[in-house]
Ligand binder design. Structure first.
Ligand SMILES: [Mn+2]
Length: 234
């Protein structure tokens, strides 16, 4: 096995059984690489040197992985886009919004998946949340109140439980993957974000995989030595 991939865990806190499941998965992982494709955290705004106490089991588990020699990479999602620097300083992992890797002779393009959402409303939200005004607000609030506001904006854990994949987004993501394959940039495109678990053979020999929603599906992807991809249950 060459790598494990996971996304959309949407960790909330210590009382979240998803965090226990994730830590168990990480501690049992026997791949040389782990790639996290965003929204590992339901909301975390990174403040230098500050670890969100509610998320310490996950950080500790990632640290144990790293000590075992597992290479970690993180593609930020739309819920944890501001935590890359903090993770990088805590874990010295690679942070990138798009990864292009070759495993077993197959070329992989790895993204969070919100780049497929070209709707106006999303573009505006993304622009606002990633802009200097929201950042200034977060800094003014400090870690505790930033967490409270962020989780409220993210919809809390109850909204997450009721979350249904949007059919138009699922279609847009598949089309985005097809375009990458058609342009000759990828043999396999993997993403998350829509929470719609999927593994599809594309016309022209490509493959599209969506990692779904770890909260419900409890799946992760394993890339075998020959580049074959296998969605596994925890
Ligand atoms: Mn997302």
């Amino acid at each position: 096995m060459l790598a494990a991939l996971i996304s959309d865990v949407h960790l909330v806190g210590l009382n979240d059984p998803t965090q226990d499941a994730l830590v168990a998965l990480l501690d049992g992982l026997d791949t040389p690489e782990l790639v996290i494709l965003g929204d590992l955290f339901h909301f975390w705004w990174g403040f230098p040197g500050v670890i969100d106490a509610e998320l310490t089991p996950t950080i500790a588990a990632l640290h144990r992985l790293q000590r075992r020699g597992v290479r970690l990479r993180f593609v930020p999602g739309n819920h944890d886009f501001a935590v890359g620097e903090t993770l990088r300083s805590l874990l010295s992992l690679e942070v990138s919004s798009r990864l292009e890797l070759t495993w077993g002779g197959r070329r992989f393009v790895l993204v969070h998946g919100d780049e497929a959402d070209t709707s106006r409303g999303y573009a505006l939200t993304r622009w606002l949340l990633r802009g200097p005004i929201f950042a200034a607000l977060m800094w003014a609030l400090g870690p505790v109140r930033a967490r409270r506001l962020g989780l409220w904006l993210a919809g809390g854990s109850r909204a997450l439980a009721a979350h249904q994949p949007k059919p138009w987004l699922v279609a847009a993501q598949r089309a985005w993957a097809e375009a990458e394959v058609r342009a000759g940039r990828a043999d396999v495109v993997v993403m998350g974000h829509s929470h719609q678990l999927e593994q599809t053979r594309l016309d022209g020999g490509g493959e599209y995989i969506n990692l779904g929603d770890f909260t419900h599906d409890r799946r992760f992807l394993v890339v075998q030595d020959d580049g074959r991809c296998e969605l596994r249950a925890v």
